[in-house]
Design a binder for this molecule. Structure first.
Ligand code: ELE
Length: 293
């Protein structure tokens, strides 16, 4: 398996944005972006996550991203969720040839009245489909379903969890019940907290536009410099405050331009790009934040 992770270090995982130009994916921009953030401290890339607009991509697009990501980074997690089980299974199998660190999936979403038994069956079917380790991507705000620690334990074959949840106790419960699995938090506002409580790392969209700051938080936590870690975390919170009202997932493309200085294209509707006035507003907010980083 490519790039065995060091188990002692907390991982910084970037859910990488998917760059579009004229509705088509720009794979070169994608690979270049990955190389840049890996150079700046990102350990693992998460392909076709939420920030990567995964649920709005075709299976062929996801495969192309996986291939490009695998050529640009040693450690890759591939998000395979689909409301068509056949497609999720196909993607999970496809991932094997790239020696991915894991395949991940949110539970079957949209449909509100799916039972825990049915959710468990979905994950077991995915486990059976691939030799790659399976991670749960738990994101109740997006999927309407919370797959908590007791259910993960009962499912039995899940080897890691990425919990996008601002309640850190919820994330810690996976670690408490299953110390042997990898447990990550996915909230940009909890990078410092996740590292301080000894999770296995974070999966944060901020790693797209401020990989240096996320990396500096990890170093500060390791050095016991709580003041520095908290100060950097709060600067990231300021970026969130400025960008969320504009539509965060579209804003991330602008934030990469503003903080990293290169063009990674734009999102694809229905995730509409920011308008000119919104870009100006965001740029003004970022200028003020940059002075303090
Ligand atoms: C987080 C989202 C969550 C990162 C992914 C991620 O994009 O796949 O605004 O906290 O709901 O899940 O960035 O964003 P918020 O893992």
């Amino acid at each position: 398996m490519a790039g065995q992770p060091s188990r002692s270090r907390m991982d910084i995982i970037a859910p990488v944005i998917t760059p579009f130009r004229g509705g088509r994916i720009d794979l070169e921009a994608y690979a270049d972006h990955i190389k840049n953030i890996v150079r700046k401290g990102v350990d693992v890339v998460f392909v076709a996550g939420t920030t990567g607009l995964g649920p709005a991509l075709t299976a062929e697009e996801k495969k192309a991203l996986l291939e490009a990501a695998s050529s640009a980074a040693k450690r890759v997690i591939f998000h395979v969720a689909s409301l068509r089980l056949e497609e999720a299974v196909e993607l999970a199998k496809y991932a094997e040839r790239f020696g991915v660190e894991a395949v991940a999936s949110v539970p079957p979403y949209y449909f509100p009245r799916i039972s825990e038994r049915q959710i468990a069956r979905y994950f077991r079917d995915l486990c059976a489909a691939t030799s790659a380790p399976l991670y749960l991507y738990n994101y109740p705000a997006a999927t309407g379903k919370d797959v908590g620690a007791p259910l993960v334990k009962e499912i039995g074959c899940i080897r890691g969890v990425k919990d996008t949840n601002e309640e850190i106790a919820h994330t810690l419960a996976y670690k408490r019940l299953m110390p042997e699995i990898r447990v990550y938090n996915g909230a940009d506002s909890l990078i410092f907290a996740s590292m301080a409580v000894g999770l296995d790392g974070v999966v944060v969209s901020a790693a797209n536009y401020l990989p240096e700051a996320v990396s500096a938080i990890r170093e500060a936590v390791a050095a016991g410099d709580v003041d520095k870690a908290r100060r950097l975390q709060f600067l990231i919170n300021e970026v969130l405050d400025a960008s969320r009202p504009l539509g965060y997932f579209a804003a991330v493309y602008e934030l990469v331009k503003l903080f990293q200085g290169y063009d990674v294209g734009e999102p694809r509707p229905p995730i509409y790009p920011l308008e000119a006035a919104e870009r100006t507003k965001l740029a003004a907010a970022v200028e003020k934040i940059k002075e303090r980083i």
